[in-house]
Write a new protein. Structure first.
Length: 480
């Protein structure tokens, strides 16, 4: 489809600006190319981006509706955006598009302690919501590593996860209902405010993870939980990734329910220490873990519990770790030390990014029983392509983040980085996994989505897209 149909190619910019300003304040519309250029990409590598016609920063639902009606009338693509912390290119501009940034719609509209829900606009930052509900004795579990910057709308668009997924699940588990502006400007309300509800097809879940390709989320009803006790954590050092993964399997098989079960390989541990120089201490009594994270380890496993009997849970995990071959198991002495450990894990991607001029962050999820094969296979790929690849993982749910570190100024190294990325995704599928556990598809993994879904699955996905967006204006070129 030619998105310029219905508007003369030469007068489109003027017509678009005039049409948008009929329903927007002037400050909500940005057209200066030097300004709009700063909105064109998210944080993904190897993802092309076009040149937008305009950036719009609405503050109301009515303004979003006006933008979509204008786009439909003029046949102009619309790319919804949040904080652009995504890692798949899903928020990247298309040529001639309207970049619809929802960051100004950042109000928490309601926190209901009886119904245990929050009603929020899409631009609310995850950490802001988490702290607001904590002040009311409640808990919003999804916690991506970028939680201090990423928005709820972006979390919904990519179905994001976080460190607590092993116990609490991903964003989809907490989205009860949505207000969505469709491509033609109509407002659709999905889901419910109630604890239960099964009326009709579950359109709410359909929009979660749709990356702005079916509609623009303008409000969300989110489920909350009672605030748990503060987490207590431990660190366990292993001589191999396989031994650490064996411990993960033992913990899950034993029926334990840690609130966090994370793995960092040797490369990641060293990167975190280099970034913070003497990273967070594991214990003042643990000489084997030194002043920072233990650089002698091949794999470091972090476990935490947020229950009243957390010390008992950690003791049980510690025994299972020792049985799996851990060379050191050190519980944090208090909540403050536990938080330092968790901050070290949150630093992983930033630390790996500092090792080389660029990184490609993979997001492959495999069955927990195949986790060791995934890590060992990734290490073999790193050797085969002569690359530095660090792995941090939400080990409790099998979600690995291999990070390929490379220099984009080196053509051969860049080629090897891209090829190794594909090899890692192929490995994940071969192990019965999926190409993305929480980062989404966007531009980066379009080809791989087709491979994972197969022809029939891809046909049905496209049929859903056609039903919601018959003109193909919403985030074109993403997903498939």
């Amino acid at each position: 489809m030619d998105v310029m149909d219905g508007a003369g190619e030469h007068d489109l910019p003027a017509r678009l600006r005039a049409s948008l300003l009929e329903g927007l304040p002037a400050e909500a519309l940005l057209t200066d190319p030097e300004v709009t250029a700063s909105y064109t990409t998210d944080m993904a590598t190897f993802c092309a981006a076009g040149t937008p016609a305009a950036v719009v920063l609405p503050r109301t639902v009515e303004q979003v509706q006006h933008v979509l009606r204008t786009a439909t009338a003029l046949r102009i693509p619309v790319v919804p955006q949040g904080a652009r912390t995504g890692l798949s290119g899903a928020a990247n501009a298309s040529d001639g598009c309207i970049l619809l940034s929802l960051v100004k719609m950042d109000r928490i509209l309601e926190i209901n302690t009886v119904d245990r829900i929050a009603v929020v606009e899409p631009g609310v930052v995850n950490a802001v919501l988490s702290r607001a509900v904590a002040d009311r004795g409640l808990f919003y579990p999804p916690d991506p590593s970028s939680w201090e910057q990423c928005t709820i709308g972006g979390n919904i668009g990519t179905a994001s996860g976080g460190l607590c997924c092993v116990k609490y699940g991903v964003t989809a588990e907490y989205v009860l209902g949505l207000d969505v502006v469709l491509a033609d400007g109509r407002l659709l309300r999905t889901g419910r405010r109630t604890a239960k509800g099964v009326a009709g097809y579950d359109l709410t879940r359909l929009f979660v993870g749709s990356e702005g390709s079916l509609g623009v989320v303008v409000q969300a009803v989110l489920a909350l939980r009672p605030a748990p006790p503060r987490q207590l954590a431990l660190a366990a050092e292993f001589p191999s990734a396989a031994a650490a993964c064996a411990a993960v399997c033992a913990v899950m098989e034993a029926g334990l329910a840690p609130s966090l079960l994370e793995l960092m390989d040797r490369t990641t541990v060293r990167a975190v220490n280099a970034l913070g120089r003497g990273g967070p201490p594991c214990s003042s009594e643990a000489e084997s873990l030194g002043e920072g994270l233990p650089e002698t380890t091949e794999a470091l496993l972090l476990a935490a519990f947020d229950t009243p009997d957390a010390p008992d849970g950690l003791a049980a995990v510690g025994e299972l770790c020792r049985a799996a071959g851990a060379t050191a198991v050190v519980p944090a002495e208090d909540e403050a030390e536990s938080e330092l450990l968790l901050q070290a894990r949150r630093m992983s991607l930033t630390a790996l990014d500092a090792l080389r001029p660029a990184t490609m962050i993979d997001d492959v999820c495999v069955p927990r029983s195949r986790l060791a094969e995934m890590l060992d296979g990734t290490a073999a790929i790193a050797r085969a392509y002569d690359l530095l690849i660090g792995v941090c993982a939400h080990a409790g749910d099998g979600n690995t983040h291999p990070v390929v570190c490379f220099d984009p100024a080196d053509g051969d190294e860049t080629r090897r980085a891209r090829e190794s990325f594909d090899e890692i995704m192929a490995l994940g599928l071969a192990l019965g996994g999926t190409i993305t556990g929480e980062h989404g598809v966007g531009v980066l993994k379009k080809e791989w989505l087709a491979r994972e879904l197969g022809p029939v699955g891809l046909e049905m996905q496209r049929a859903v897209k056609q039903a919601f967006d018959p003109l193909g204006l919403l985030n074109p070129g993403k997903l498939f």
